[in-house]
Design a binder for this molecule. Structure first.
Ligand code: CAA
Length: 383
C-alpha cells in the first residue's frame, strides 16, 4: 500500500523578537506569569517589510532548494492573516519562487485549523495520483490589541511542507477524527488588524473540540491511546498543550505523562503563537529535539477557533534523522533583532493603509520582502 505523508519541512520567522520579560515589566505583570503560567519566553514581531507572504516564501524557498519543483502541481496556502480578500497569498509565493505555471494555487481559511485542512487535502490529491507532490505553506501573524489578555500570546512564523508518497519523515495514517461547532471564541472582523478573543471561552472551545475529535477518531478506526507515543497539540502558548494533554488523559481515563510533550515546545516558546503553523512548528521542534522517534506514532491535535478540531496520527520514518535540517531556523531564531517595548508598540500601531501607494523601508534580511503598495496592489521582491 502506498504510504503518504510529510517528506520535508521548513520553518521561518521574523526579523524582530520581543522578550516577554520586557513586556511583563512594561505591563506591570510578574514575568513568571508569561514564562511559567503561559509557557512562553519570546515572541516574534514582523518588521515593516515582512508579512505572511514573505515568511511563507522564505520557508518554501528553503524547502524547494532541496527538493526541486518536479511533480509539484499544487500549492496550498493556509492562513488566517491573509493579505487580500480575493487573491491567494500563495499566488504571491508562486511568483516570488518562480514556480511552474502548471500548478493549482489557492488559500484555505478556518483559523489555526486551516493548515491541517491543507495537509488533509494534499493527502487526498496524492491518494488519487501517487506521483503528485503538494507544497503546503502555513503562515500567520498572531496580533491582539495592545494591553489586552491575548497580548503575551502574539507571535509570527511560517511552515512549508512537501507532501508526497513514500515520505522521508512522517507517514500520515488514514484514520482521522473531526469536530466542528459554531462558537464565537475568537475571530477577526474584516476591518480589523487584531483578533477579538473571549479567552475563557477559547480555552473551553479548544478542549471541547479535543474530546469531540478524539471520540470521532475512535469511532473511525483510530488507534487506542496506549499505542500513541508522542502528542502534538496546537500551541497558542505551550502551556495550552499541557492543558490539552491533561484533558485527553481525563477524557480517556488513561495515564499520560507530560515528558512526551517537551521536545515540541522548543521553538514555539520562542516564536509565540504562529496560528496555522503552530502545530507543525511543534512537529519540526519534536523532530529536531527528540532522537528517539524512529517508528514512533505521533498523535496530532489541530484546533482552529470558531471552532474546528481534528485528531489524527503519523508514524515517524526509521531514518528520519538523515533528513533533518536544523539550519537555518536555529540560527535565525538566535539572531533575531531584539526590540524594546517602545519599538514593539510602534510596530504594532504602524499599519499601512491597504490601498494608498507607499514604499516600505528596507529592514528584513530575509530572502523576500514586502516592498509596499503600487496602484493599490501589494508588491513583493527578492531581497
Ligand atoms: N507565576 C506563575 N504562573 C502564573 C502567575 C505567576 N505569577 N500568574 C498567573 N499565572 C498562571 C495562571 O495560574 C494561569 O495558569 P493556569 O491556566 O494553568 O491556571 C496562567 O498563568 C494564565 O493566567 P490567567 O488565566 O490569569 O491569564 P489571563 O486571564 O491573562 O489570560 C489567556 C490567559 C486567556 C490564555 C489569554 O492569554 C488569551 O486570551 N490568549 C489568547 C487566546 C488563546 O490563546 N486561547 C487559547 C485557546 S484558542 C486557540 O488555541 C486558537 C488560537 O490560536 C487563538
Amino acid at each position: 500500500m502506498t504510504t503518504i505523508g510529510i517528506h520535508d519541512i521548513e520553518l521561518a520567522t521574523t526579523h524582530n523578537v520581543l522578550p516577554l520579560a520586557d513586556l511583563a515589566a512594561a505591563r506591570g505583570v510578574d514575568p513568571a506569569k508569561f514564562e511559567i503560567g503561559l509557557g512562553q519566553s519570546l515572541m516574534s514581531v514582523p518588521a515593516v517589510d515582512e508579512d505572511p507572504v514573505t515568511m511563507g516564501a522564505t520557508a518554501a524557498a528553503r524547502l524547494i532548494e532541496r527538493t526541486g519543483t518536479e511533480g509539484i502541481r499544487s500549492l496550498l496556502f493556509a492562513t488566517e492573516s491573509g493579505v487580500d480578500q480575493s487573491k491567494s497569498a500563495g499566488m504571491f509565493i508562486h511568483g516570488l519562487l518562480g514556480l511552474p505555471q502548471a500548478m493549482r494555487v489557492a488559500e484555505i481559511k478556518q483559523a489555526c485549523y486551516a493548515g491541517t485542512v491543507a495537509l488533509q487535502s494534499a493527502l487526498g490529491v496524492i491518494a488519487r495520483d501517487p506521483e503528485a507532490k503538494v507544497l503546503v505553506v502555513m503562515s500567520d501573524i498572531a496580533k491582539y490589541e495592545l494591553a489586552g489578555s491575548g497580548e503575551p500570546t502574539q507571535g509570527a512564523g511560517a511552515v512549508a511542507m512537501l507532501i508526497s508518497a513514500d515520505p522521508a519523515l512522517v507517514e500520515i495514517e488514514p484514520a482521522t477524527g473531526v469536530y466542528s461547532a459554531d462558537v464565537d471564541d475568537f475571530w477577526r472582523p474584516n476591518d480589523s488588524t487584531t483578533a477579538v478573543v473571549d479567552g475563557a471561552l477559547s480555552l473551553k472551545a479548544y478542549l471541547d473540540a479535543l474530546s469531540g475529535s478524539w471520540d470521532d477518531y475512535q469511532a473511525n478506526g483510530g488507534h487506542p491511546i496506549g499505542e500513541i507515543d508522542r502528542f502534538l497539540y496546537h500551541q497558542p502558548f505551550t502551556k495550552m498543550a499541557r492543558k490539552g494533554h491533561r484533558e485527553l488523559a481525563k477524557h480517556t481515563g488513561a495515564e499520560l505523562t507530560e515528558d512526551v510533550l517537551e521536545a515540541s515546545f522548543e521553538y514555539n516558546r520562542n516564536l509565540g503563537n504562529t496560528y496555522g503553523a503552530s502545530i507543525y512548528s511543534g512537529l519540526i521542534s519534536l523532530l529536531h529535539h527528540d532522537d528517539d522517534l524512529a517508528g514512533k506514532r505521533v498523535g496530532f491535535y489541530s484546533y482552529g477557533s470558531g471552532s474546528a478540531g481534528e485528531f489524527f496520527t503519523g508514524v515517524v520514518r526509521d531514518d528520519y534523522r538523515e533528513h533533518l535540517y536544523r539550519e537555518p531556523i536555529q540560527s535565525e531564531l538566535a539572531e533575531r533583532n531584539v526590540i524594546t517595548f517602545d519599538e514593539y508598540v510602534e510596530l504594532h500601531e504602524n499599519v499601512l493603509p491597504s490601498q494608498a501607494d507607499a514604499e516600505t523601508p528596507r529592514v528584513t534580511k530575509a530572502p523576500f520582502r514586502f516592498a509596499g503598495i503600487k496602484g493599490g496592489a501589494r508588491q513583493y521582491e527578492a531581497n
